[in-house]
Design a protein around this ligand. Structure first.
Ligand SMILES: Nc1ncnc2c1ncn2[C@@H]1O[C@H](COP(=O)(O)OP(=O)(O)OP(=O)(O)O)[C@@H](O)[C@H]1O
Ligand SMILES: [Mg+2]
Length: 283
């Protein structure tokens, strides 16, 4: 969809997921860094000032939420995922407080109250409140949550899947940027290995083969879960990226730039349908 006033390749709505790995160490169960939240809040303040009503924040859970998530036993207690409410809201509130302290009109919203699973197993949502909040130039703050399944039980909707509720004509074109503690999908096992520039939606096995084994401290599949979620969003039309989050970055405004204008110094993995080459004119 093209929208009036947008440069070619510029998203209308940008969903920024700040990965929990940037806020805490899940392996050790360490606490959430309030200074990291504060630094990213300053960057988001600037971004919302430049693009009011066009940014949605999704906060990752880090050890705060994964510790609870790994304990969710869907078979034993079909409602145990409700336990995620407390840490997920604590995380949303930490962001909201830091953003409001800077004057950002941040509004924490519970995904569980706007999204559910339909009988085909698809996540559907009523995003009217998100749209109203954006229309006021404010910043919706979302996180992982439980959702009600078609079977009437509860399950976790991870923060990598949450942006999917915004992949809709009403917000299009949508870009989803997941800021992580890695610069994208690394093609080797070292942190300075080259980054896979593009995930082929017709050959996910290539990206999956690069994924390292994950510890039991992760409730949502770490990078494997992220790739699966972003591939789903990309198939539905979103432009998705994984790149490193830097709390000391001078600005996040480049996140709205057409990808062709991104600084080459910023590695990233793009998960999106490749733009098809223009058809040759018929003589
Ligand atoms: N090939 C790979 N390249 C890069 N990271 C990988 C790869 N395979 C596995 N990983 C792991 O995936 C992690 C990123 O996913 P993770 O779920 O931990 O982050 P997050 O989604 O930002 O955090 P949260 O789930 O708390 O929001 C990396 O820190 C790394 O340990
Ligand atoms: Mg994760």
């Amino acid at each position: 969809m093209s929208r009036k006033g947008l440069a070619p390749g510029e998203p209308h709505v940008l969903v920024v997921k700040v990965g929990g790995g940037l806020l805490s160490d899940k392996r050790t169960g360490g606490g959430t860094s309030s200074s990291a939240i504060d630094d990213f809040a300053a960057l988001l303040d600037d971004l919302v000032t430049a693009y009011p009503g066009r940014v949605v924040l999704v906060t990752g859970g880090g050890s705060l939420c994964h510790t609870v998530g790994v304990g969710v036993n869907e078979k034993g207690d079909p409602f145990s995922a409700v336990a995620l409410t407390e840490p997920a809201f604590a995380m949303k509130w930490a962001w909201t407080a830091a953003l409001r302290a800077r004057g950002v009109r941040a509004v924490p919203l519970q995904v569980a109250a706007m999204a559910w699973e339909d009988t085909a197993g698809e996540v559907v949502a009523n995003t009217a409140v998100v749209r109203r909040v954006l229309a006021e130039g404010a910043l919706p703050v979302l996180s992982s949550d439980f959702i009600v399944t078609a079977a009437g039980t509860l399950r976790i909707l991870s923060s990598d899947y949450v942006p999917g509720i915004l992949v809709h004509e009403q917000f299009a074109p949508v870009r989803i940027v997941t800021l992580a503690d890695v610069p994208g999908i690394l093609t080797g096992t070292e942190l300075d290995s080259p980054v896979l520039p593009h995930v082929d939606l017709d050959d996910l096995a290539q990206a999956e083969s690069l994924i390292w084994p994950t510890g039991e401290w992760d409730a949502t599949g770490a990078m494997a879960g992220k790739v699966a979620a972003l591939a789903e969003h990309a198939r539905r039309g979103a432009e998705c990226l994984i790149t490193r989050g830097d709390q000391r970055a001078p600005s996040l405004r480049y996140l709205f730039d057409p990808l062709s204008c991104w600084p080459s110094s910023i590695p990233r993995t793009v998960i999106a349908r490749r733009q098809s080459a223009p058809l040759a004119p018929i003589d």
